[in-house]
Design a protein around this ligand. Structure first.
Ligand SMILES: Nc1nc2c(ncn2[C@@H]2O[C@H](COP(=O)(O)OP(=O)(O)OP(=O)(O)O)[C@@H](O)[C@H]2O)c(=O)[nH]1
Ligand SMILES: [Mg+2]
Length: 620
């Protein structure tokens, strides 16, 4: 299987001052990814075949550099973005990390941060180790026991009582890949699955002596932080001789059982690894992942503990400003390429509707925790202003075209006036007939133009004086006839002005119709997005709940009654939180509606929103 074309690049490494930094090349690649990302990272001790396993996930023989010697190879965190093999519209981001525990590095904290970053950036974390899952293997995984010191979920001052639920909700799912596994998977003579193998290795010991505590700690951390745990065991892939040149080996040179396991592992990841989300159930795109990496690395650089809640706030600011910018850009590009001014306002409105829909879609995918729709309202207002400018330009273009027609059509009349042809007895009749004939001709030639009547109205008003002059000069008419004619002329001008006004009213009605459509589009899309996020959040919570119930059951079975009842309290809390969340849905929706409608009213005073289809569904 081969589905990646790009090559791995370094995402995070030490700069010349020995501090972690995000590499621009990788950031640029992520910036270009506007679709959701499934992020799989691998961590583990150095020289354990991590890079090789990641290459298999990329469907490639080579990519992440392998080392054939005892020296550690991968430095920092490397990234490889490939199209997701079976989730359309998703990118699979593989993160290969520097091997942990290389004594030559002499910087323990560096390893800790690599581990934390892998946890923070991924949606699935693969822990890779050689041999068996025994106490030693778990002791080497001490990084999990330090997660609570090195990662904060909530911002300062709002630390939750049940921190493990917070971690569980935001942490990736956990996969333990045991390499060079030579044992048989049986327990008490019965075959067991690799998952059962992992769970039995994570069993807690009763008692609370310091030794027992030390034994239980990594196990408890794994059980408490990672709601979804999975294990795969792999036999040795090839002979020692061959393994030094793994990159050159074809499938037939590899052990068939290894191949089978590797395929099962890869398919498990493709089918089950979720898109990366941050607190609140929000799926993030590649570009947001790049920003997230920068935010976390920045806090580590400045000596702070990375905090998920703060990161989401920083990320939201960056993402939302960019989301508004890009949505506007998309709107303008679409409008400028499709609209050919002057054009029928209804056609222009249709182009605007499509362009706005696309822009909102783009905005919604990219924006982030725009809780009070602050940025979306900004987008709504700016698109409206841009659209009004385009409409104004459309009117101006239409005026230019109408005036050109007017100029050509009424040229004859102008000539007649200037050479005095109408200044004679019976001249007024001639003038009037000519005016009527040319007015009809003008209308016939400019009827498709929205400003046609308005332009004509101004023209006729300007000609009122000349008409009166010709009338006064026409001696063939009696004073009474002249008087009647003056009145008729006045009425005619008024009628024409009325036509112009009606034309303008039709344009105004179009503005309201546009606003109505735009409002509906914004609300529909926000609610749709909110539903997706809530669904995701509900799933995350249910996963946490299930894990806690499972854990409680296990604790009771092993006689940890006190811990089990503490867990029960956490379960009750979580359940009531979930109920509250469900109950608050209608009020959230009406807050959104109020906010967006208020913005629409600000933009177009006296705008009355028509309520939208999606809402009735939500109140059921
Ligand atoms: N024993 C064993 N060796 C493997 C396995 N997979 C790959 N190797 C070999 O182990 C060596 C190291 O593989 P890498 O994939 O570079 O290991 P790594 O964990 O990424 O190493 P670092 O980047 O240094 O941490 C290479 O020679 C591989 O060919 C495996 O399953 N078992
Ligand atoms: Mg490596």
């Amino acid at each position: 299987m081969a589905f990646g074309v790009s090559a791995p690049v370094c995402l995070i490494e030490n700069d010349e001052n020995g501090k972690l930094c995000v590499r621009k090349q990788a950031k640029d690649i992520l910036d270009g990814i506007k679709e959701p990302v499934v992020v799989v990272s691998v961590v583990g001790l150095y020289r354990t075949g991590k890079s090789y396993l990641m290459n298999r996930l990329a469907g490639q023989q080579s990519g992440f550099a392998l080392g054939g010697t005892i020296e550690s190879k991968t430095k920092g965190i490397w990234m490889w973005c490939v199209p997701h093999p079976n989730k359309e519209g998703h990118t699979l981001v593989l993160l290969d990390t520097e091997g942990l525990g290389d004594v030559k590095k002499g910087d323990e904290k560096h390893d800790t941060w690599i581990f934390c970053l892998a946890v923070l950036l991924s949606s699935t974390l693969v822990y890779n180790s050689l041999g068996v899952i025994d106490n030693m293997a778990l002791e080497k995984l001490h990084y999990v026991t330090e997660l609570t010191e090195n990662i904060r979920v909530k911002a300062e001052g709002s630390r939750d009582e049940d921190e493990s639920a917070d971690f569980m909700r935001v942490f990736p799912s956990f996969v333990w890949a045991v390499r060079d596994f030579t044992l048989e998977l049986t327990m008490g003579g019965d075959p067991i699955t690799s998952d059962q193998y992992l769970e039995s290795a994570l069993k807690l010991k009763p008692g609370n002596s310091p030794q027992t505590e030390q034994f239980n700690l990594p196990r408890r951390c794994l059980r408490h932080f990672f709601a979804v745990r999975k294990c795969f065991v792999f036999p040795r892939p090839a002979s020692t001789q061959n393994m030094r040149r793994m990159e050159e080996l074809t499938e037939k040179d590899l052990d068939s059982e290894f191949l089978e396991q590797a395929n099962t592992f890869c398919h498990y990841i493709y089918d089950n690894a979720d898109p990366k989300t941050v607190s609140g159930g929000r799926t993030i795109t590649g570009s947001a992942l790049g920003n997230l990496a920068e935010v976390y690395v920045e806090s580590i650089r400045s000596g702070k503990v990375p905090c998920l809640e703060n990161a989401v706030v920083s990320l939201a600011k960056i993402q939302n400003n960019r989301a508004v910018e890009q949505a506007l850009e998309s709107y303008m590009t679409e409008m400028l390429s499709k609209a050919q001014l002057p054009m029928d306002p209804a056609d222009l409105s249709n182009i605007h509707t499509v362009a706005e829909k696309k822009a909102i879609e783009g905005f919604i995918t990219m924006s982030f925790n725009d809780n009070d729709q602050i940025y979306q309202k900004e987008l709504m207002g700016t698109i409206y202003d841009e659209y009004q400018q385009i409409c104004q330009q459309n009117r101006e273009e239409s005026v230019i075209q109408c005036e050109a027609v007017l100029h050509t059509v009424f040229d004859k009349l102008k000539k007649g006036i200037s050479d005095g042809s109408y200044l004679k007895p019976g001249g007024y009749r001639l003038y009037r007939d000519m005016l009527t004939q040319l007015t009809n001709e003008y209308r016939a030639r400019s009827q498709s133009q929205m400003m046609s009547e308005e332009v004509l109205s101004k023209f006729l008003k300007a000609k009122e004086e000349v008409g009166n002059m010709i009338l006064q000069a026409d001696e063939s008419l009696s004073a009474a006839e002249q008087e009647k004619e003056v009145q008729r002329l006045k009425n005619e001008i008024l009628e024409q002005q009325q036509r112009g006004l009606e034309e303008q009213n039709r344009l105004q009605a179009q503005v309201f119709k546009d606003m109505q459509r735009s409002h509906k589009e914004h609300v529909d899309q926000i609610i749709h997005q909110m539903e997706r996020e809530q669904e995701r959040m509900r799933r995350d919570n249910e996963q946490v709940l299930k894990a806690k119930l499972r854990e409680k059951h296990a604790l009771l079975q092993q006689g940890f009654d006190q811990q089990a009842s503490r867990l029960q309290r956490q379960i009750d809390c979580l359940k009531s939180e979930m109920q509250e969340e469900q109950k608050s849905k209608p009020s959230k929706v009406s807050r959104i509606l109020d906010g967006v409608s208020a913005t629409a009213e600000l933009i177009v005073p006296s705008f009355v929103p028509k309520f939208v289809s999606a809402i009735s569904k939500l109140f059921k």
